[in-house]
Design a protein around this ligand. Structure first.
Ligand SMILES: [Zn+2]
Length: 74
């Protein structure tokens, strides 16, 4: 089985290393684990991450970066 994980950028920084880049399974199940791409810290479920993205970012520039990084999902 190939690794189908995808990169995901979230407004929430990793509490461990401060990175905004996370990794999630390409299956996008609501209870899939979202882990930090740098240190593998388990942040939340995909359901929570999707909610975070839907609610939007605190800043416009951050929203723009997320749009660029996450555009492969579309
Ligand atoms: Zn981290």
């Amino acid at each position: 089985m190939p690794d189908l994980s995808e990169d995901l950028r979230l407004p929430e920084a990793c509490p461990n290393c401060g990175s905004h880049l996370y990794r999630v399974s390409g299956a996008h199940n609501p209870d899939d684990k979202v882990v930090c791409a740098s240190c593998n810290h388990h942040l939340c479920s995909y359901e929570e991450a999707a909610k975070m993205l839907k609610e939007g970012s605190s800043s416009e520039s951050e929203a723009l970066i997320e749009k660029v990084v996450n555009r492969n999902d579309k």
